[in-house]
Design a protein around this ligand. Structure first.
Ligand SMILES: Cc1cc2nc3c(=O)[nH]c(=O)nc-3n(C[C@H](O)[C@H](O)[C@H](O)COP(=O)(O)OP(=O)(O)OC[C@H]3O[C@@H](n4cnc5c(N)ncnc54)[C@H](O)[C@@H]3O)c2cc1C
Length: 468
């Protein structure tokens, strides 16, 4: 397994739990430290442009991912809001929501363990303006549970005259990248089946005598050691750098890569527990979508789908005919390898705060709160709106895990195990197939997640459990 992001770590974990010997090769010093993951996308409702099929794939994959990583959810709803500045009609979302709800009901009927997003009949709820105005006068309980209780701060602080109705509340939960990293690392570092080789970079590979021969560079205490190692199968899970390994394996593939960033802010004057809120808007314009993702202690992550907040000039690139690796502009590559200048961080964070305060005016008192969450993600093929993707195979014993959303990782490796006939027990339930990860406690996962957040320079709140 080359690459220890959510795709490679989940794949290694699944195969190791099936009893297969795996080497997990990761060039960085820890696992799952790629681009951010804050939202589970259980139903794909953030994306108006994707097909119902993609929404249903994301729903199913998200449910399986929650069953695999049970301590990684932030259970609070998401509000989907169409502002007057957007050309869309909120009523247009409703038939698709109903289809997703009914698919969720079927999954729960098939197996009650799929009931991880609340009761199916309560998958979503609609709010009229009159209902929101009535909620303005309510006091939020300390531990909000019902939709109405979560919606109170939105009703009190959002500009209710600048949005269309109904507003949709849906049980799309938050997903903690630090607790996913913690869960995977706790299991893989103690697995007799998996050898985790961090600080190790794949630099070359060739196929001969029915095996892949890999050339690895191990970095330790400033020294670089070259190691040759042979394997029966290679899985390329290198995220936005998948194309570099495709070039080494001579397995060409068409793909795109997109660089994006989200900003960490603190809203000191807030005393309430917010749901996630999505204010839709045309991507790449000054009215682009604004996303408010809540964490503990009034820390909020912001996305703003404008060119000077989350998106970047020339941030979406395709590969060329000579290489499977799309080439980002060097100023964006530089951000990935060496980080952000303070001025760029402050400027974009402040723009994100201003963008959010168009819809939630009191948000203008929030302040930037550290390093942005950022990175590049791959999108296989040529459709930049693709959100549910998993695996492709090429040549001899070579596969690529190509996820756009983190929740597709488990599905991808299950397809690999089946395609290569790696295990006979592929029909086991998620719980029966992964006894080690399922034996972790919330305390273990949170403690490790907080440590990882600290080591990576992010506030502890991003690792804590938020919601009910
Ligand atoms: C701003 C932003 C917000 C996002 N929000 C969400 C969200 O809310 N929910 C969601 O599900 N998804 C979200 N995504 C997408 C998600 O982050 C990615 O899809 C996911 O992280 C991809 O995981 P991966 O394992 O494929 O890649 P990565 O996490 O990039 O992992 C690839 C790994 O391979 C390693 N590697 C590369 N080359 C080599 C080599 N030669 N040798 C050894 N190791 C190598 C890298 O060091 C890296 O650790 C977001 C993305 C961005 C940019």
């Amino acid at each position: 397994m080359v690459g220890g992001g959510i795709a490679g770590a989940t794949a290694a974990l699944h195969l190791a739990e099936l009893g297969i010997k795996v080497d997990l090769i990761e060039k960085k010093d820890s696992l799952v430290s790629g681009p951010p993951i804050c939202h589970l996308h259980a139903g794909g409702n953030l994306y108006r442009e994707i097909s119902v099929e993609q929404c249903l794939d994301l729903l199913h994959q998200s449910i399986e991912s929650v069953r695999l990583y049970p301590h990684t959810l932030n259970r609070r709803p998401t509000l989907i809001v169409v502002p007057n500045s957007d050309g869309g009609d909120p009523e247009a979302l409703l038939p698709r929501l109903e289809q997703i709800r009914s698919a969720y009901q079927q999954l729960v009927d098939q197996d009650p363990r799929n009931c991880v997003l609340g009761q199916p009949e309560q998958y979503f709820k609609l709010y009229s303006k009159a209902e929101l105005v009535a909620l303005k006068h309510h006091k939020q309980p300390l531990k909000p549970e019902s939709y109405d209780e979560w919606v109170i701060p939105f009703a009190q602080h959002a500009d209710l005259d600048s949005i269309k109705y109904p507003v949709v509340a849906v049980n799309e939960y938050g997903w903690s990248v630090f607790r996913i990293a913690a869960s995977a690392m706790l299991v893989l570092e103690n697995s007799p089946q998996c050898h985790v080789r961090v600080n190790t970079r794949l630099v070359n590979m060739n196929w001969a005598d029915d095996q892949w021969h890999l050339c690895l560079e191990q970095h330790q205490a400033g020294e670089v050691t070259k190691v040759e190692q042979s394997y029966d199968y290679v899985i390329n899970a290198c995220g936005f750098e998948t194309g570099i390994v495709d070039d080494l394996a001579q397995a060409p593939r068409v793909r795109m890569v997109e660089f994006k960033a989200a900003y960490v802010t603190k809203w000191q004057s807030n005393t309430q527990q917010w749901p996630e809120v999505i204010f839709h808007g045309p991507r790449g314009t000054e009215n682009g979508m604004a996303q408010l993702t809540p964490y503990a202690n009034s820390v909020f992550q912001l996305h703003g789908m404008t060119k000077d907040i989350t998106l970047f000039d020339d941030g979406l690139v395709c590969n060329s005919s000579v290489s499977s690796q799309p080439k980002l502009p060097s100023r964006l590559e530089h951000k990935i390898t060496t980080g952000w200048s303070e001025s760029a961080r402050i400027e974009r964070s402040n723009k994100a705060i201003k963008h959010m305060s168009r819809f939630v005016p009191s948000y203008d008192s929030a302040v930037e709160f550290g390093t942005p969450l950022f990175g590049a993600q791959q999108i296989p093929g040529k459709d930049e709106t693709l959100r549910a993707a998993d695996v492709s195979f090429a040549g001899q014993h070579y596969a690529r895990v190509e996820v756009v959303k983190g929740s597709s990782a488990l599905e991808a490796v299950k397809k690999i195990a089946e395609h290569w006939h790696l295990a006979s027990n592929v029909d086991l339930s998620v719980e029966d197939a992964h006894p080690h990860v399922l034996s972790l406690t919330e305390e273990q996962v949170v403690a490790k997640a907080k440590l990882l957040a600290k080591q990576r320079g992010y506030p502890q709140e991003l690792a804590e459990v938020y919601g009910y």
